[in-house]
Design a protein around this ligand. Structure first.
Ligand code: ZN
Length: 183
């Protein structure tokens, strides 16, 4: 089922997600509906806040973006990303590398707005999957960037909070209008 994606100005986007304590049928349904919703919107990631539910649950799929590669490792060995996507992560924790990479980002809650954002070049993620398995994996490239973007959402942080001041100033008018129309 396709869910409604809330836009900037909606209070759910600023809410910290509550941990998912039990994987119920409702949680499984939410994860699967969010995958459908992300695909329908041509996104690479979607956090529960973006469908109005402040929970520590996010979905990702970077496999359709051919010009922005990703790597994924488990126990230090490269794995085939296609085997892991789409991915539903519950209660993720992240360890970020110190190096920063600048890259273009958009957000399904900010239609038609993109900006360069500095993010850690690689990320180690620990999370629970929808079937209850625990997973720990390394990532670089678009996957590492998308994970950091979604992890922020789960804590009420938005990509506009990570823009440099010049970018923020140049987008100020559009952001204000968007915020007003969704309040
Ligand atoms: Zn986003």
């Amino acid at each position: 089922m396709i869910l409604e994606i809330v836009q900037y100005g909606h209070p759910a986007l600023r809410a910290k997600g509550k941990p998912v304590l039990e994987i119920t049928d409702e949680i499984r349904q939410l994860g699967n509906d969010m995958i459908d919703t992300m695909r329908d919107a041509n996104g690479v990631g979607l956090a529960a806040q973006q469908v109005g539910v402040p929970l520590q649950l996010t979905v990702l799929d970077v496999t359709d973006v051919e010009d922005r590669p990703s790597t994924m490792t488990i126990d230090g060995k490269a794995v085939n990303i296609d085997d892991w996507m789409p991915m539903v992560l519950l209660n993720p924790q992240m360890e970020l590398s110190k190096d920063k990479e600048i890259g273009m980002e958009g957000c399904l809650s900010f239609p038609e707005i993109t900006a360069d954002i500095a993010r850690a070049g690689s990320v180690v993620t620990k999370a629970t999957l929808l079937d209850g398995r625990k997973v720990e994996f390394g990532s670089t490239g678009l996957l590492a960037r998308a994970l950091q973007h979604e992890f922020d959402h789960l804590h009420g942080i938005l990509f506009i909070d990570r823009m440099n001041s010049a970018t923020k100033v140049s987008l100020a008018g559009r952001l204000k209008r968007l915020q007003k129309s969704n309040r």
